[in-house]
Design a protein around this ligand. Structure first.
Ligand code: AMP
Length: 411
C-alpha cells in the first residue's frame, strides 16, 4: 500500500463545515475595519528574511527560532511571514504612502507561519486579522484601534474577554530603564531560569513573561517600566486611558505586560480570554513609532494589532454548517436529464442555490441525495415538461412550469 500523507505538524485543513465559522470571524473583522475607514491590504506570503530580522528584532523568539526560512534558486534568503506589521510597513515605505494624507489606515487577513511547538491555540500555520493606523502619534489612534478590536469581541460575542494595557515608553526612555532592569536581574541571576538568564543582555523585558517559578518571584520585586516613563510618555498613556474610559471600554492596567516583538513603543495591549488554556490571548498589539524609520522610511509613528482567528474560534466554538441548496432538481425519465442540467445552470446563473445529482443515480437515489444535502425544495421533472415542486419539510406538493421556478418565493 502506498504511504499516506498527513498535513504537516502544526498545520490543519479547514474543512467545509468549519469554513462558515472561519469566514464569520474574518468577514466580521473586515466589515468593522472598513466601516472605520481602513482600506484592505494584502502583502505576499514570503519576504526577504532581513525584513523580519530588522523589523521584528534579532532578540525575539520569533526571529531566533521560529521562522520558516529558505533560499530561492538565486541564493536569496526568504522567510514565510511570521507576522503582518513588518510587511505592511515595508509596503508603506515601498509605495511612498507617507505622501498620502495621514494617517494611512489599513486592515489585513491571512496566513502566518511560526515554527512553534504545537498545542491547543498554537500552530505553525495560523490565521490573523489585523489593523494598522500609520502616520500619527495621537492617543486618538491608540484609542481607535483598541476600540476596533473591542468591537470585534462584542460583535462576535466572544465570552470572558479582558483588555490589559501597559506602556513601554519611547525607545529613549526605555533604554535607561533597561539598564536598571538588567542590573537588577544580574544581581539575582542565580534565581532565574536559564532561558531568562541567557537573555538578560539582549531581551531583559521577556523575564516578565516567564512562567518559571523562581523567575516569577524575582520579577514581583523588579523595577517597573511604568515608573520610569518620561513626562511625554506618561501624558500620552494617561490620554489613552482617559479616552478608553470615555468610550466605555473597560481595561486593566498591567505593569508587567510585554509583547514578543521588539518594535513596540508606548502603548501595548492584550485581549485575553478566560475560556482558553495556556494560549489565552486572542489578540493584541501596540504602538511602534520607530519601525518605519528602521525600515528605511521617514520617521512615522503608528499603532495596530493582530488577532488570531483560530483562538477566537476556540473561544467561540461556533456551530458547524454546510451550505444546503434552496431547490434540488430531479428527473425520473433519462430523456429529461439534459433539461435538468440546463435548468440547474439557469437557476444558478440567476443567483439561486440549486442542487442536482451528478453521480448518475435513479430517481430514488436522487431524492435521497436531495435529502442528504438538506435541500428545502425538490423539483421532479415530468416527461410532459411540467414539474412537481415539493416542500421537503411538509411534503406538500404542487405542479408548476419549471420556467417559473426562479420567480417563486422559495422560503
Ligand atoms: P502576535 O503577532 O504574536 O502579537 O500575536 C497576535 C495574535 O495572533 C495572538 O494574540 C494570537 O491570537 C495569534 N497567534 C500568535 N501566534 C500564534 C500561533 N502560533 N498559533 C495561533 N495563533 C497565534
Amino acid at each position: 500500500v502506498a504511504e499516506k500523507f498527513k498535513a504537516s505538524k502544526g498545520t490543519a485543513d479547514i474543512l467545509p463545515d468549519a469554513m462558515a465559522g472561519h469566514r464569520l470571524v474574518v468577514e466580521t473583522a473586515r466589515a468593522i475595519w472598513e466601516r472605520a475607514g481602513y482600506g484592505t491590504i494584502e502583502t505576499p506570503i514570503f519576504e526577504d528574511t532581513g525584513l523580519f530580522q530588522r523589523g521584528v528584532g534579532d532578540s525575539t523568539d520569533i526571529v531566533r527560532k521560529e521562522m520558516f526560512t529558505f533560499e530561492d534558486q538565486g541564493g536569496r534568503s526568504l522567510t514565510l511571514r511570521p507576522e503582518g506589521t513588518a510587511p505592511v510597513c515595508r509596503a508603506f515605505v515601498e509605495h511612498g504612502m507617507s505622501r498620502l494624507p495621514q494617517p494611512v489606515k489599513l486592515g489585513y487577513a491571512g496566513s502566518f507561519f511560526r515554527h512553534e511547538k504545537p498545542q491547543a491555540g498554537r500552530y505553525r500555520q495560523f490565521h490573523q486579522i489585523g489593523v494598522e493606523a500609520i502616520g500619527t502619534e495621537s492617543p486618538l489612534a491608540d484609542f481607535e484601534v483598541i476600540a476596533l478590536l473591542d468591537e470585534l469581541v462584542s460583535e462576535l460575542g466572544i465570552p470572558g474577554v479582558t483588555l490589559r494595557i501597559g506602556s513601554l515608553g519611547s525607545l529613549d526612555a526605555r533604554r535607561s530603564y533597561l539598564e536598571v532592569l538588567k542590573s537588577y536581574l544580574r544581581e539575582r541571576s542565580g534565581e532565574l531560569s536559564e532561558d531568562v538568564r541567557e537573555r538578560i543582555e539582549i531581551n531583559p523585558l521577556r523575564a516578565f513573561d516567564s512562567d518559571h517559578e523562581g523567575t516569577a518571584v524575582v520579577m514581583e520585586g523588579a523595577p517597573r517600566l511604568i515608573d520610569h516613563l518620561d513626562d511625554a510618555d506618561r501624558q500620552h498613556f494617561d490620554e489613552v486611558q482617559a479616552l478608553l474610559r470615555a468610550g466605555g471600554i473597560e481595561f486593566e492596567l498591567d505593569t508587567t505586560l510585554v509583547r514578543g516583538l521588539d518594535y513596540y513603543t508606548r502603548t501595548i495591549f492584550s485581549f485575553v480570554c478566560d475560556r482558553l488554556g495556556a494560549q489565552s490571548e486572542i489578540g493584541g498589539g501596540g504602538r511602534y513609532d520607530g519601525l518605519i524609520s528602521q525600515l528605511g522610511g521617514p520617521e512615522t509613528p503608528a499603532v495596530g494589532w493582530a488577532a488570531g482567528v483560530e483562538r477566537i474560534l476556540l473561544a467561540l466554538d461556533p456551530e458547524t454548517e454546510t451550505p444546503s441548496p434552496d431547490v434540488f432538481i430531479a428527473w425520473a425519465d433519462e430523456g429529461d436529464r439534459e433539461r435538468a442540467v440546463v435548468l440547474v445552470r439557469e437557476l444558478r446563473l440567476k443567483g439561486l442555490s440549486a442542487g442536482i445529482d451528478i453521480a448518475g443515480r435513479n430517481l430514488k437515489g436522487q431524492l435521497k441525495q436531495a435529502d442528504r444535502t438538506g435541500a428545502r425544495w425538490t423539483l421532479i421533472l415530468n416527461t410532459d415538461g411540467s414539474g412537481e415542486l415539493k416542500r421537503m419539510e411538509t411534503g406538500e406538493q404542487q405542479t408548476i412550469d419549471p420556467g417559473d421556478l426562479a420567480g417563486l418565493d422559495l422560503n
